[in-house]
Design a protein around this ligand. Structure first.
Ligand code: ATP
Ligand code: MG
Length: 413
C-alpha cells in the first residue's frame, strides 16, 4: 500500500519539506529513513499528530548532525541511545537509529544494538504502533506493516506482538489501556488474557517508569475512562490498594477540567486520586512512584487540609480567618479540596482564598511606615500585620485609610 498522497495532504507543507530534506540527506549517506509509530497510526486514522518520529537504518545521530549543519535546526543528541532531536522554529523531529532490543529479565531495561527496520518494529508495544512509512526515493510512501497493524486499526484492536510482551515490559499494560480508551478500541482476546496474567509483573517496573505512564494517562482528554478500566481489570490495586476509578473520580476529574486555568491539571488529578487515602497509603504511593518533593507536598497537604475543612464550614468566617487557616497549604491542595468538598460554604471559602485573599497586599510598605515615624522592628511587623488583616476584612480600602490606621496604631502599640 502506498500512502504518498496521504502524507502530502496530512503533513503541513513546512514539515513535509523538512522531512523530505532529511530523507534526501540520508540517501546521500546510503541510509533509509521512515516515519514510524504514532504518526503512522494517526495518519491512517485521520487524526492530526505532528509529533514526528523518524527511524533511520544507519546512524541517526550522524545524520541529524549533518542536517543541523545545513539548516536552522538546533540539535540535541544522545549518542548512547543513538537518538537525536532536531528543533526547528515551529516543529521538533525525533530521529532514532533502528535498533534491536533484548530483555535479560522482566522489567529490566533492554539491551540495545543497532538493527534493521524490522527489528525496530518488533520491539514495539502494539501492532497499531508498529507500522512505518518509507521516505526513501525508490519506495516513497510505502507502508511497512509486518504485524498487521492496519487490519487491527480497522477492527479496532489493541494487540501485542508476542506473548512475552507484557512480562518483558509491564508498562505496556498501562499503555494498552491508554490507547484502548483513547481510541475506543478493544483488547484483542489473547492480549486481554496475557494482560490479566501479567498484572503482577508491574512489580518489576521502577517507580519512575510507572509514574511516567500515569502522567501520560493523566494527559489524555478523559483520563477517568482509563482509570476506571484499570480499576476494573485489577491493575490499579497492584500500584496501590487504595487507588480507585469510581464515579466520584470521574465526576471530580470532569470538574477539574472545567476550571478556568487547567495549568497543572495532571498534578490536580494526582491530588484527587489520593483524596480517600490514609496517611500510610499515601506515603507508600509517594515512595512507590518516586513522586517529586513539590507534588508530594501538594498531595499530603490535600489530606491534611481535608481534615481541617470543618473549620471552614461556617458562613460567618471572616476573610482574615480564612486567610490564616489556608496560607500554609499548597494552592493545588486547596484547589483539590474545593473540587472535593460537598459543602457550598467550604467551597466558597476555598475559592475566595484562591482567587482573591492570597493576593491581597497592603498599600503601605516598611519604607512608608518609616516615613510616618514608625521604626523598623517588632512594632513595625505588628503594624503591617494588622494593616494586612484590616485590608483582608475590608476595614481599610485606600492608602489614606491605611495611613490613618497606621498612625493610630503607632500611638497605641
Ligand atoms: P502518543 O504520543 O500519541 O501517545 P505515540 O505512539 O507517539 O503515541 P509514544 O509514547 O510517543 O507514543 O511512543 C512512541 C512509539 O514508541 C510508540 O508508537 C511505540 O511504538 C513505541 N513505544 C513507546 N513505549 C514503548 C514500550 N514501552 N514498549 C514498546 N514500544 C514502545
Ligand atoms: Mg508520541
Amino acid at each position: 500500500m502506498n500512502l504518498a498522497q496521504q502524507i502530502e495532504q496530512y503533513l503541513p507543507q513546512q514539515l513535509l519539506a523538512l522531512v523530505q530534506d532529511i530523507s534526501a540527506q540520508a540517501a546521500k549517506r546510503g541510509q533509509r529513513v521512515y516515519l514510524i509509530g504514532g504518526v503512522v497510526r494517526d495518519l491512517l486514522l485521520g487524526y492530526p499528530n505532528f509529533d514526528l518520529d523518524l527511524v533511520v537504518e544507519g546512524d541517526a545521530v550522524k545524520l541529524a548532525q549533518r542536517v543541523a549543519e545545513t539548516s536552522q535546526a538546533k540539535l540535541l543528541a544522545h549518542h548512547r541511545f543513538g537518538t537525536a532531536k532536531l528543533r526547528y522554529e515551529n516543529f521538533t523531529l525525533d530521529l532514532a537509529t533502528a535498533r534491536r532490543e533484548t530483555y535479560a529479565r522482566p522489567g529490566a531495561l533492554p539491551a540495545v544494538t543497532p538493527g534493521t527496520l524490522k527489528d525496530d518494529l518488533i520491539r514495539r508495544d502494539f501492532s497499531i504502533n508498529a507500522m512505518a512509512i518509507s521516505l526513501a526515493a525508490n519506495n516513497y510512501g510505502e507502508l511497512v506493516d509486518s504485524h498487521h497493524g492496519k487490519s487491527d486499526l480497522e477492527h479496532h484492536l489493541i494487540r501485542i506482538l508476542h506473548p512475552g510482551s507484557f512480562s518483558d515490559d509491564a508498562t505496556r499494560i498501562l499503555r494498552a489501556i491508554r490507547y484502548e480508551q483513547r481510541l475506543g478500541f478493544e483488547l484483542e482476546a489473547q492480549t486481554a488474557q496475557l494482560l490479566k496474567r501479567d498484572i503482577p509483573m508491574l512489580d518489576t517496573i521502577s517507580g519512575d517508569r510507572i509514574r511516567h505512564e500515569l502522567e501520560l494517562i493523566l494527559k489524555e482528554k478523559q483520563p477517568e475512562l482509563v482509570i476506571k478500566r484499570l480499576a476494573a481489570l485489577g491493575v490499579l490495586p497492584r500500584i496501590s490498594p487504595s487507588l480507585k476509578g469510581d464515579g466520584w473520580i470521574a465526576e471530580k476529574f470532569d470538574k477539574a477540567r472545567r476550571l478556568k486555568k487547567p495549568t497543572q491539571l495532571a498534578s490536580l488529578y494526582f491530588c484527587l486520586l489520593v483524596y480517600s487515602f490514609s496517611e500510610r497509603r499515601i506515603e507508600q504511593l509517594l515512595a512507590r512512584l518516586n513522586i517529586s518533593a513539590k507534588l508530594s507536598r501538594a498531595m499530603l497537604d490535600t489530606l491534611r487540609l481535608k481534615t481541617s475543612l470543618p473549620l471552614l464550614d461556617k458562613p460567618s468566617r471572616k476573610p482574615s480567618e480564612i486567610y490564616y487557616l489556608l496560607r500554609e497549604y499548597e494552592p493545588l491542595a486547596i484547589q483539590a479540596n474545593a473540587l472535593a468538598s460537598e459543602s457550598p460554604t467550604v467551597h466558597h471559602h476555598l475559592q475566595l482564598f484562591l482567587t482573591k485573599l492570597r493576593y491581597v497586599r497592603t498599600a503601605l510598605d516598611g519604607e512608608e511606615l518609616k516615613r510616618l515615624g514608625i521604626s523598623a522592628g517588632p512594632k513595625m511587623g505588628k503594624v503591617l500585620q494588622i494593616l494586612h488583616k484590616a485590608k483582608l476584612d475590608g476595614e481599610v480600602r485606600t492608602r489614606t485609610d491605611e495611613k490613618k490606621l497606621a498612625l493610630s496604631l503607632s500611638l497605641k502599640l
